[in-house]
Design a protein around this ligand. Structure first.
Ligand code: 2IT
Length: 448
């Protein structure tokens, strides 16, 4: 490995020992870019890597809110504005009890690279709160969102930082956040948030975008391998917005998801999540706030495996769509024993470092990295920003066409970059190299 990278890695481990998720994401990028950094000795003098690994700004704030019984609660809010070199900070907000600074930093760092891959002018950020929306009433969620925005509004803007949704933050929450921003600022600024309703500046296909984009990317991988998506059986984890979009597009393309999972376990549907009714039911489960996938098994009479993950089922393609570190070494071994040839990360960093190493080093298995595969969500957010600034809205076909074109481009660019630096068909290295080069060029040119 390049000596400069080695030194930076060592310092990073000392400095960020308490932030395991951030370290994991940073190590993955640094381990891919050695030959590129070798070719640019000027980066070390400019401390480019050190700058890239330090967020431009981290905001932490108090979020007090009142529950339906009149009791006040206090949660912690975050916005990590990681890198704004190629555009306004951009990235989702996550409401989940597991949210902490390390998770916000890893997501903001990944977002910077992902947004670079989209080719659109967006920097990287992430935010959220350790608030748990599950089991909360509609009024409680609204009051929480209003309180959250009462602090966040001063840090965001259409040219400064444009949040969107992530886990626990969907169209409903974005609506409440937008309404509060508009009240405080007295200004109708649709470009301050994305993932809005179509009624006030949202984009067609935004809800489907991450899942659709993932399947478009998968189709590029299959085409590269001389294979086809038709008839493929896919193990999916999660049952939220992203998994929903994946299931929907798989069905359209003649393939099918056969598993879904939740915090309670997973379901296996031998006939596939392959009817409109089943796919629609995923939205019902999400909206119920129960956060359990066993409801699907009860409704459709299929097996449910309590406390387990779907990786033990046989599948042609595996697509983790839930959250970080969902696939550990034992799971990766099970996936390989099942003869899976395509491992396509959809959630952000769903694979532990050891599991990823094993999968990447297994002959005959293609690994597709989350920061490329799931870029469709933020990509359509970027298109939403364009529509907002032009004061017009594109048709679903227009948005989908752009999504499809750019996702195929991300695959092809990643494959070409990996090839250029001697990695062969390594989509993990390729995504990191392509994303890094653009951010590096912008930072060097701006002298920051
Ligand atoms: O992880 C992600 O890329 C998102 N949650 C979407 C971010 C966005 O700004 O649309």
């Amino acid at each position: 490995m390049n000596a400069y990278i080695e030194r930076v890695l060592k310092e990073l481990k000392e400095k960020n020992a308490g932030e395991p998720e951030f370290l994991q994401a940073a190590e993955e990028v640094l381990s891919s870019i050695s030959p590129l950094v070798d070719a640019h000795p000027e980066y070390e003098k400019a401390a480019l890597l050190e700058k890239m690994l330090e967020p431009e700004r981290t905001i932490e704030f108090r979020v007090p809110w009142v529950d339906d019984c009149g009791q006040t609660h206090v949660n912690r809010g975050y916005r990590v504005q990681f890198n704004g070199a190629i555009g306004p900070f951009k990235g989702g907000l996550r409401f989940a009890p597991s949210v902490n600074l390390s998770i916000m930093k890893f997501l903001g760092f990944e977002q910077t690279f992902k947004n670079s891959l989209t080719t659109l002018p967006m920097g990287g950020a992430k935010g959220g709160s350790d608030f748990d929306p599950n089991g909360k009433s509609e009024d409680e969620v609204r009051r929480f969102c209003q309180s959250f925005m009462t602090e966040l509004y001063r840090h965001i803007g259409p040219h400064l930082d444009v949040p969107a949704g992530d886990l626990g933050v969907g169209g409903r929450e974005i609506g409440y956040l937008f309404g509060q921003y508009r009240r405080i600022c007295g200004d109708f600024q649709p470009g301050v948030l994305t993932g809005k309703s179509l009624a006030f500046g949202g984009s067609e296909i935004r809800a489907e975008a991450t899942g659709y984009g993932a399947v478009y990317y998968l189709e590029s991988v299959l085409a590269h391998e001389g294979d086809s998506i038709k008839g493929k059986r896919v193990a999916v984890s999660g049952f939220g917005n992203v998994a929903w979009g994946v299931c929907k597009k798989l069905l359209e393309e003649g393939a099918m998801a056969v598993t879904l999972s939740g915090p309670d376990g997973y379901i296996y549907d031998p006939e596939g999540i392959a009817t409109e009714e089943k796919i629609e039911y995923m939205l019902t489960m999400r909206a119920s706030g129960r956060n359990r996938v066993e409801d699907y098994a009860e409704k459709f009479g299929v097996p449910f495996f309590a406390g387990k993950k779907p990786w033990e089922q046989k599948a042609d393609i595996v697509t983790p769509c839930a959250m970080q570190n969902d696939v550990d070494l034992a799971a990766a071994k099970a996936i390989l024993e099942n003869g899976t040839k395509y491992y396509v990360e959809v959630a952000n960093m769903p694979t532990t470092a050891e599991a990823l190493e094993l999968l990447r080093n297994t002959e005959g298995v293609t690994v597709a990295p989350s920061k490329a595969v799931n870029a469709g969500g933020v990509l359509v957010s970027g298109l939403e920003m364009s529509q907002n600034s032009e004061r017009l809205s594109w048709t679903a076909e227009e948005v989908d066409e752009n999504l499809h074109r750019i996702m195929c481009g991300i695959h092809d660019t990643s494959a070409a970059e990996a090839e250029k630096y001697g990695f062969g068909y390594d989509l993990v290295a390729g995504a990191n190299l392509a994303a890094f080069q653009k951010i590096a060029d912008a930072m060097m040119a701006q002298g920051i």
